[in-house]
Design a protein around this ligand. Structure first.
Ligand SMILES: NC(=O)c1ccc[n+]([C@@H]2O[C@H](COP(=O)([O-])OP(=O)(O)OC[C@H]3O[C@@H](n4cnc5c(N)ncnc54)[C@H](OP(=O)(O)O)[C@@H]3O)[C@@H](O)[C@H]2O)c1
Length: 293
């Protein structure tokens, strides 16, 4: 039997795949959990575990010989997290780093089902006997990729709450913070507010995106009800949409509206700016607009 492994749940996701890469690069033994091993493209040293988080037996099996767990899953899947928390208790796992959200910062409004779900998951892990570190990031810079289609077809960005600034963060930085918490002690029982270095409104992001693409983009403010309709039409569960909108409506330091020092402390460097993130993703916007890189 080799060294105990780090189990990464949500290993193919926007954050998890960077956690897998970061742990592997640090020379750690990594087990990456996914429903679709064929789609997972990890380096040869990574053990891929095929399973579904709905299946408590698979989760228990994946937790065998595991030192620490990174917990991420889809935003509407509280039941996955409760299944994992039970299995963590049963296996006596020592350390869990959970990808949560600023929406879990108390007080969570009754209307915010999204924040309530993350808070309930944190509570379940805190009671599991493991040392829990809750990473509570602001919105991810990658959310801006959702604007690609309307930019390509109309040169426009449609968003509610355009007056609310957010210190959005590069998910690769969230992952690097997770790797730091997984591989070093002293983070048990802590929750970290992970933000980028600057709070920006959606119109400001639109202008910066336009500048980088070399074209004028128009920001169009939409009513929350209109946004709700669009998000549910796109297939998002109505309860999640209501929670996300409730969370987006709230500005302020506890909801990602003001840069916080935690990410820089964990990273040992300032978190990436929006422009740094954008430089890595600009081609994804160009592909959609028919421009060449
Ligand atoms: N987007 C934001 O602005 C933001 C901000 C703060 C916090 N968050 C939180 O971040 C989390 C999402 O993280 P992410 O963006 O890295 O994930 P993501 O890109 O949405 O990917 C979801 C991951 O969950 C896994 N998954 C989903 N259902 C599964 C199942 N039944 N069994 C096994 N695996 C399953 C998927 O794995 P496979 O498909 O490979 O099985 C995939 O790796 C959510 O909790 C969200 O609330 C997001």
């Amino acid at each position: 039997m080799g060294r105990p492994a780090f189990l990464v749940l949500g290993s193919t996701g926007g954050v998890g795949r960077h956690v897998v890469a970061g742990l592997a690069a640090a020379g750690e033994r990594v087990r990456a959990f996914t429903r679709d091993p064929g789609r997972a493209r990890f380096g040869g040293s990574v053990e891929v575990f095929a399973g579904d988080l709905k299946d408590s037996g698979a989760v228990l099996e994946a937790l065998q010989d595991v030192e620490a767990v990174f917990m991420a899953t889809s935003p509407d899947a509280l039941e996955h997290e409760l299944t994992v928390a039970d299995a963590v208790r049963e296996r006596g796992i020592g350390r869990v780093v959970k990808l949560s959200s600023v929406a879990a910062n108390p007080p969570v409004a009754g209307s915010d089902s999204y924040g309530r779900a993350h808070a309930a998951s944190e509570e379940a892990f805190a009671k599991s006997g493991a040392e829990l570190t809750a990473l509570r990031p602001a919105g991810f810079a990658t959310n801006v990729l959702q604007w690609r289609r309307s930019i390509a077809s109309q040169g426009k960005v449609f968003q509610p709450y355009g007056d609310v600034a957010r210190a959005i963060i590069d998910p690769a930085d969230v992952a690097a913070c997770a790797v730091a918490c997984l591989t070093s002690g002293g983070h048990g029982g802590r929750s970290y507010q992970l933000t980028g270095p600057e709070a920006l409104t959606a119109p400001e992001l639109t202008a910066r995106l336009g500048k980088a693409l070399g074209r004028r983009l128009e920001f169009v403010a939409v009513e929350p009800a209109q946004a709700r309709e669009g998000m549910t039409r796109a297939g998002m569960p109505p309860d999640l949409v209501d929670g996300l909108l409730a969370s987006m409506a709230e500005p302020g330091p506890l909801r990602g509206g003001v840069p916080q020092p935690d990410a820089e402390r964990l990273l040992g460097r300032p978190p990436a700016t929006f422009e740094t993130w954008l430089a890595r993703h600009l081609d994804e916007f160009r592909d959609q607009t028919g421009q060449t890189a």
